[in-house]
Design a binder for this molecule. Sequence first.
Ligand code: ZN
Length: 131
Amino acid sequence: MKTINIKTKSRFDIVDITDEVQKCINEEKVKEGIAVIFTPHTTAAVGINENADPDVVFDMKNALNKLVPQHDNYEHSEGNSQAHVLSSLVSPSLTVIIESSKIVLGTWQNIYFFEFDGARNRKVYVQIISK
Ligand code: ZN
């Protein structure tokens, strides 16, 4: 298993980790298989979205903030319920296909780490399984 260390910059941050995941695959020298990308945090997530227009990341933040407001009548005393709910909604885990030693992604797709309760030092684990 490989570990990617991420230093997020704000409470709500979206970080492109595509190159780091590809580096893990290069190090394992896997030609065909799958990679499971998992973050071991209850207030963060991983996902795939558009890489071309930075406005998409901005819009994702706005839309997720509207969907799950930061302040609502939450019971959780830590005050970060929004982050917990978004972690489950976006998902802490993701699987990608490896073909010809590369992650299979659409032209406009990249892999992102979603920080919902930063800024913090975070981890993403990558387990690569060869075919
Ligand atoms: Zn909490």
